[in-house]
Design a protein. Structure first.
Length: 277
């Protein structure tokens, strides 16, 4: 390597070694890994029929449940695929944080999901998204031994396309979860209306209150999924911002990374919201 290039490489490594800058990445990455790894919305979608039937109590007259729903095994298979996506994306952000703190992650070997379960449940997966999933898992399986914090920029540049596409697929799945919840909401509301119709006059006031409560609960759950989806978009945007910050001079990098780290609470709030589904 020419002497000038060696000096540039040493200078870049020294710049990235600043603990304040790298700690900002670690702080953000912890929250990013948390929301990326959250499977609560996927679980809620998988268990929709079970949750719906749990609303029917002893003594209720009206039936409740889906008609024409796919077999539960299909939802279980789709969840298994989705869970692996969440685990991989969470591991990736954990890796960034540990690399920034000079600790190498210990990642288990995990085969990439075929996505057949997801596709069978009705979600459209593009060839580019499928290739992105394979690419992300290939990155994790190669191991990250060669990467230290001076390599963060190269790592984030090489993985940026796959990370963006996988996060895009996860946002698409969030739409699937929300659509399922809206369908469940209709079933639950119709069930309460039917029960009100079976009640005597004295119970109908309580029935109407129950109707409002059920609707509000579903609205809150749908809002949580929308917040979660927005957090996934934020992850994609921030990944690009962090990648760009690593190419800046030290002062600009420090300011940018601190500003990004300060928004980690938004990811924590999204994680907390979806955890209550």
């Amino acid at each position: 390597m020419p002497f000038r290039n060696r000096l540039l490489a040493v200078g870049l490594a020294a710049m990235l070694a600043g603990c304040v800058n790298l700690q900002a990445i670690s702080t953000y990455a912890e929250s990013a890994a948390g929301v990326a790894g959250a499977t609560d919305a996927a679980k809620r979608w998988r268990d929709s029929d079970k949750k719906l039937r749990e609303q029917r109590l002893d003594g209720d007259v009206c039936p409740i449940g889906y008609t024409g729903r796919l077999p539960q095994a299909q939802f279980d298979a789709a969840y298994d695929d989705a869970e692996k996506l969440h685990q991989a994306m969470s591991a990736y952000f954990t890796a960034l944080g540990e690399l920034a703190s000079d600790q190498l992650p210990d990642l288990a070997k995990t085969a990439a999901p075929s996505l057949e379960g997801i596709k069978g449940a009705g979600a459209k997966v593009s060839p580019e998204e499928e290739a992105a999933v394979q690419g992300l898992f290939a990155l994790l399986q190669r191991g990250l031994d060669a990467y230290r914090h001076k390599k963060l920029r190269e790592l984030m540049t090489s993985s940026h396309g796959d990370v963006a596409r996988v996060l895009g697929l996860m946002r698409k799945l969030a739409d699937v979860y929300a659509e399922g919840l809206r369908g469940e909401r209709i079933q639950a509301i119709n069930f309460v209306k039917c029960e009100i119709g079976q009640s005597d006059l004295g119970d109908k006031y309580l029935g109407r209150r129950e109707l409002v409560r059920v609707g509000a609960d579903y609205d809150k759950a749908l809002s949580a999924i929308a917040t979660y989806k927005a957090a996934l978009q934020k992850l994609a945007d921030d990944h690009d911002r962090i990648r760009g910050a690593l190419a800046m001079d030290r002062d600009a990098m420090t300011r940018t990374l601190k500003a990004i780290a300060a928004t980690a609470k938004e990811l924590d709030k999204a994680h907390d919201a979806v955890a209550k589904l």
